[in-house]
Write a protein that binds this ligand. Structure first.
Ligand code: NDP
Length: 454
């Protein structure tokens, strides 16, 4: 590690204690940027990176609500408004018991670079709550969302900060949040993205993150004159990103053999067909059941519970395959998993989730020279189509499915090109981590220089 990264990280850790995910995200970016700061002293003297690390604003608030038994429940709400140099704050809301300040700061930090890469004018933000939607009735989820939005509404707006979904926040939650915002403000605006199609949503938004991660993998394979046709793929998670990743892999002729949730995973050697995927969508989006039921219905699949094991690795990554699409959560691939993936023949990793690979895992991928697309590039399709939803809301004119999908494909190609060209320009060809970090940084940094010390 360079002296610059060492001293920066010492300060980041001292100022932001107990936020390991935030430290991890900052360190990865700082290591990539060492190359840039040597060539561009103007960024160092204006303390651009030091300013990007400091959120412009952090909001933390109480979100009390009544459960179905009439008991008072208290959750904590957050919004991190990280950087608005190139556009209004934009980024999802996560509802999960593991949510805390450090996790949201890491996500907001990543979002700044990701949004910059999309070519659209969006700053970075992230928010959420430690509220757990799992096991709650629709009415409880609604009451929580209304309480959460009652406070959040005073801080956001269609030209200020535009939240979207993330883990635990899908169409149902966005509906309740939008309904409450509209009621409080008495205005119908594009203040949230991921809205329903009848009330301002964009076609392809639900599909966008998963489709985008697959388009990115296809672009990476294209650099070796290969396609996804006939390739076996490991997908983790079974939520929004995983479902549409699987759908697009099938469309492009690949075979998906795994899916998971936080309780365990299924391995279906015969492959997950369109019909089986429809079952998963109904299971997860409507019945809100567990992935275990897949193996009860389809005998070609084996279910492995992760609750009963004390393994130091994740067995989902220990199956023969060519491609992996981690699409559940952060740090789901550690050093041993990265080794297992490579030993099983995986040479394409396209991250649908945010920071799903630990720093040690990333190092193994880079040392082995595989096609490794980091989340801030590979999963940018979701926020890109959120940006397109904002454009349609401003015009009050919806685009067709084809129009949005074409734009999404175009954006993913452009992000891929930026990563490849930037990595080459900074003498690390094929390193998509440097390509994404530097490519995302330059636009934000130049805007910050133009805007003065603010
Ligand atoms: P969903 O809530 O729809 O699905 C999340 C999936 O991951 C579920 O299967 C869930 O299982 C599993 N999961 C969540 N937390 C854990 C955990 N701690 N351990 C193991 N499994 C877990 O979320 P999304 O699909 O929207 O998000 C998945 C990832 O993609 C996240 O990293 C998110 O930040 C990222 N992302 C999402 C975007 C979007 O547009 N939605 C955009 C860009 C990135 P269970 O049901 O048991 O909780």
């Amino acid at each position: 590690m360079s002296d610059f990264v060492n001293s920066l990280m010492a300060e980041v850790k001292a100022k932001n204690p107990s936020e390991p995910e935030f430290h991890q995200a900052v360190q990865e970016v700082a290591e990539s940027l060492s190359l840039v700061l040597e060539r561009h002293p103007e960024y160092s003297s204006a303390k651009i990176l030091e300013r990007i690390i400091e959120p412009e604003r952090v909001l933390m608030f109480r979100a009390p609500w009544l459960d179905d038994q009439g008991n008072v429940q208290v959750n904590r709400g957050f919004r991190i408004e990280m950087n608005s140099a190139i556009g209004p704050y934009k980024g999802g809301l996560r509802f999960h018991p593991s949510v805390n300040l450090g996790i949201l700061k890491f996500l907001a930090f990543e979002q700044v670079f990701k949004n910059s890469l999309t070519t659209l004018p969006m700053g970075g933000g992230k928010g959420g709550s430690d509220f757990n939607p799992k096991g709650k009735s629709d009415n409880e989820v609604m009451r929580f969302c209304q309480s959460f939005m009652t406070e959040l509404a005073r801080h956001i707006g269609p030209n200020t900060d535009i939240p979207a979904g993330d883990i635990g926040v899908g169409g149902r939650e966005i509906g309740f949040l939008f309904g409450q915002y509209k009621r409080l403000r008495n205005e119908f605006t594009g203040v949230l993205t991921g809205k329903g199609i009848n009330w301002g949503g964009s076609l392809i938004r639900p599909e966008a993150t998963g489709y985008g991660a697959v388009y990115f993998a296809a672009e990476m394979l294209g650099t070796r004159n290969e396609t996804l046709e006939g390739k076996t793929c490991l997908v983790s998670g079974s939520g929004n990103v995983s479902q549409y990743t699987t759908e697009k892999i099938l469309e492009l002729g690949g075979k998906v053999v795994t899916l998971s949730d936080s309780s365990g995973y299924i391995y279906d050697e015969e492959g997950i067909t369109k019909e089986k995927l429809n079952f998963v969508m109904e299971l997860k989006n409507i019945r809100r059941g567990r992935i275990k039921e897949y193996a009860e219905k389809y005998k070609s699949a084996v279910y492995t519970s992760l609750m009963e094991t004390s393994l130091d690795h994740n067995p989902i990554w220990d199956h023969p395959a060519a491609c992996a699409f981690p699409s559940a959560t952060e740090n789901e691939i550690n050093r041993d998993d990265a080794r297992n993936l490579i030993n099983n023949g995986v040479y394409v990793v396209s991250e649908g989730a945010n920071m799903p690979t630990t720093a040690e895992g990333v190092k193994i991928f880079l040392d082995k020279g595989i096609l490794y697309g980091p989340g801030k590039a590979a999963n940018a399709g979701g926020v890109a189509v959120s940006g397109l939803e904002m454009v349609q809301n401003s015009m009050r004119l919806p685009w067709t499915r084809e129009e949005v999908d074409n734009r999404l494909q175009h954006i993913m190609k452009s992000i891929h090109r930026t990563c490849v060209e930037t990595a080459e320009r900074f003498e690390t060809p094929g390193n998509y981590v440097n390509g994404a970090n530097i490519g995302g940084f330059l636009k934000v940094a130049d805007a910050m220089l133009d805007l003065g010390v603010v």
